[in-house]
Design a protein around this ligand. Sequence first.
Ligand SMILES: NC(=O)c1ccc[n+]([C@@H]2O[C@H](COP(=O)([O-])OP(=O)(O)OC[C@H]3O[C@@H](n4cnc5c(N)ncnc54)[C@H](OP(=O)(O)O)[C@@H]3O)[C@@H](O)[C@H]2O)c1
Length: 242
Amino acid sequence: MSRILVTGSAEGLGRAAAQALLAAGYDVVVHARNQERAAVLGELADRGAQLVVGDFAERDAVRRVADELNAARPLDAVIHNAGVWSGPAVMPVNVVAPYLLTALLRGPRRLVYLSSNSHTGGRPSALDGADWQGRGSGSYADSKLFVTTLAAAVARLRPGVLSNAVDPGWVPTRMGGPSAPDDLELGHQTQQWLAVSDDPEALTSGGYWYHGRRLQPHRAVHDEAFQDRLVRALAEETGAAL
Ligand SMILES: NC(=O)c1ccc[n+]([C@@H]2O[C@H](COP(=O)([O-])OP(=O)(O)OC[C@H]3O[C@@H](n4cnc5c(N)ncnc54)[C@H](OP(=O)(O)O)[C@@H]3O)[C@@H](O)[C@H]2O)c1
């Protein structure tokens, strides 16, 4: 049975995806930023989920989580879900953490990165001087352009890995707010499907998905020169190569 890590699973879409995968019988690893937040995952742990803890705004914590997972049964898939909307943690959590995990984790053949329709407002030019260390207030749109581009870059650079990005829609989680108009259930199904399904469409790589359909992302996402610049910047910043 596939073993799947869902990052940021204390809340929202990550928690919903982890719950659904557990209910379907998969071997799930859930993740919380600290022990206090891990407490809300007790119910999932009771149902067999393994727990990892680390604040993804801190690179050393991401590295510790990767080491812990590399010492355990290998993962088959990762849903890079943890994300923040605003503040200094935007680039560290939304981009640096999924990059570092991608570089450091051994094993997973399926990688799913949470994007957003907001990525279409991201600026490729923001790559120069990007706030990787979270010193200021990062732009959510830029972060989602970068992580969507990372997904496409991984698909190109690792031909044996299925790497895709998902826009879950504007859904009513803590981040989306109570009046978000899209469907919360549909909001987590595409990432689960890409992580585990053997449908021929789910076995493709390099896509940008919304509710089970492949859409065209920002044109920078498939610009190989931009992909290479992004990957180089993240490798230099973290000291970890893809
Ligand atoms: N909701 C939407 O409308 C929407 C639309 C487009 C894209 N997305 C994307 O979907 C993903 C999930 O969003 P959501 O709506 O479920 O948001 P959410 O309800 O705010 O949940 C975010 C999750 O990420 C975790 N997280 C945040 N910062 C972290 C950190 N420093 N270390 C570890 N975990 C951290 C949170 O943990 P805590 O609970 O401890 O903070 C929580 O489990 C995000 O990547 C988001 O950008 C959401």
